[in-house]
Design a protein around this ligand. Sequence first.
Ligand SMILES: *Cc1c(COP(=O)(O)O)cnc(C)c1O
Length: 354
Amino acid sequence: MGDWRKNIRTVEPYVPGEQPKYEDMIKLNTNENPYPPAPGVEKVLKSMETGDFRLYPKPDARELVDALAAEYGVPAEQVFVGVGSDDVLGMAFLTCFCGDKEILFPDITYSFYPVWADLFRIPYKRPALDENFRIKKEDYFVPNGGIVIANPNAPTSIALPLADIEEIVKHNPDSVVIIDEAYVDFGGESALPLVEKYDNLLVVQTFSKSRSMAGMRIGFAIGNRELIDAMYAVRNSYNSYTMNMPSILCGVEAVKDRAYFDKTRTAIMETREDTAKKLTALGFTVLPSATNFLFAAHESVPAEELFAMLREKHIYVRYFKQPGIQNYLRITIGTPEQMERFVAEVEQYLADRI
Ligand SMILES: *Cc1c(COP(=O)(O)O)cnc(C)c1O
């Protein structure tokens, strides 16, 4: 037997939420948007000819970069696009966290961060959230090799005020601070206005949640030009054609339709507040959410039990068997009808159990 195994990279991969396929299911487990993408997306997709696929796409994804630059009021040179924000964040880790010092991110946050850090052999430290699941900004005022903060945070759903984010960025002129704004369109304050003021800030967003396009895989980052250039240099040293033609063109349509974007994200925020109220009445502690999901714990029934009960009924929510949050369920906000059904099942179960 040869010894090739010693040359193999071994990693502990990220585990995404399950993607079951049932006709009758209510899928509230991976923070997808219950509404379809903007109508222009379907139109542009239908107008495509398979012959168009013969050629490589534009390596700089020009149309999409220009649409984002126009929408967010920055020069195109300050926009990086990638295959979902997971791709963008991975590239950002690879590009920005090359020092010797530990990078910092909270102990409870998006579980992909430690996976990239391990993959790229970046040392890291994880400051604990406080007893109310809030990020303590002072924990990030210490020497470090970089910082990544999801704001609003996942899976807690809690947003940090922009003033706190600014303090963190200001305290760290010697490292890059990445703000992962996957959920910012549901009530958070974006750090984008700070990009002009701080050259060490990189803001990352995605089309997967607020633009209903998880299946298209589009994410982007906005930062100062030098940072964005460095990211493209790394990306182009690995794979220069990450963005496929349909996602470039569909992405443009999604960005252009601001009215639809506002309508759907407002609907989700309203459904969220309504659902939170109902869950609170049923004995849940619901953390204040600025996202398209709720993080909730029941006063007497274990989260794992509720998770299993709902799963039996093909209602999928997310449960993390992790110390500190093992009594919480992460519930994505669906349509009002889906949330009514979800609440009704929980209510019925609680009533029968006593
Ligand atoms: C969903 C999510 C992402 C990435 O989603 P993509 O589909 O890859 O864009 C990144 N960060 C957080 C915190 C998320 O919840």
